[in-house]
Design a protein around this ligand. Sequence first.
Ligand SMILES: Nc1ncnc2c1ncn2[C@@H]1O[C@H](COP(=O)(O)OP(=O)(O)OP(=O)(O)O)[C@@H](O)[C@H]1O
Ligand SMILES: [Mg+2]
Length: 266
Amino acid sequence: MMNNINHHGHKQPPAKKFKPSSPAVYTKKQAPIQCSGPKKMTLEEQRRNLPIYQARSQIIAQLRKLDSVVIIGETGSGKTTQIPQYLYEASIGRQGVIAVTQPRRVAAISLATRVSHERKTELSKLVGYTVRFEDVTSEETKIKFLTDGMLLREAIGDPLLRKYSVVILDEAHERTIHTDVLFGVVKSAQKKRKEQGKQPLKIIIMSATMDVDLFSEYFNAAPVLYLEGRQHPIQIFYAEESQSDYLQAALVTVFQVHQFLLLTTF
Ligand SMILES: Nc1ncnc2c1ncn2[C@@H]1O[C@H](COP(=O)(O)OP(=O)(O)OP(=O)(O)O)[C@@H](O)[C@H]1O
Ligand SMILES: [Mg+2]
């Protein structure tokens, strides 16, 4: 719960109660923000509407050709939910399982749930997840979301990661001991499989932002694909008086904008 003592120990005025009818902090006369309201799109339409969809065929062509690749794309562009499906749809890596690692278990579960909805399959069938103490996969699973820690555990039992045809190391900028060790494990599995003439292992490093050169260099000068995001129109509003507590004012404004849009949209 928020209290009204800041970290310098000074007492601050109590948070202003937000009243739906109170004037917004931005009182400058402006045309209301245009908001078309929520549109009901089918899952298929939502997929086609993502920025990444524009580059679908180029991405598939690159993924088919390359052993290792780094993919950078703005947040929300569709990397995590779409790339595993593009691989599957293009039959890349069909001989094995496509692994997608996540630093957090909540993300692994939520993404697996979303992707299984998009594929209109039951979770644990085509799409599943493995996190500590919970394995929601089956013999049929071809797209598997798992935490970095879980893939690392699996690698202890099978350093060649034979079950997998593709390993997607997602959120690669969030480096922990697990991920750093995993990078080494995956790179070595790819090399050993090649030397032993086994099924190749494709490695995809993904992030919204990171030191690209470092990762590309580590994975044998892997090419980097940049995905464009979506830009939204921005309007700037100014407060008429200077605000003593910027954070508080920003928070109140967010709620006011939210309320204002609700009132003008519905
Ligand atoms: N669990 C979910 N429930 C509902 N919609 C989701 C869910 N996960 C993703 N989406 C939808 O799919 C879109 C693409 O998300 P995705 O996670 O693939 O993007 P991303 O490029 O990986 O972003 P980030 O860099 O933040 O990880 C989101 O904008 C959202 O509309
Ligand atoms: Mg993502």
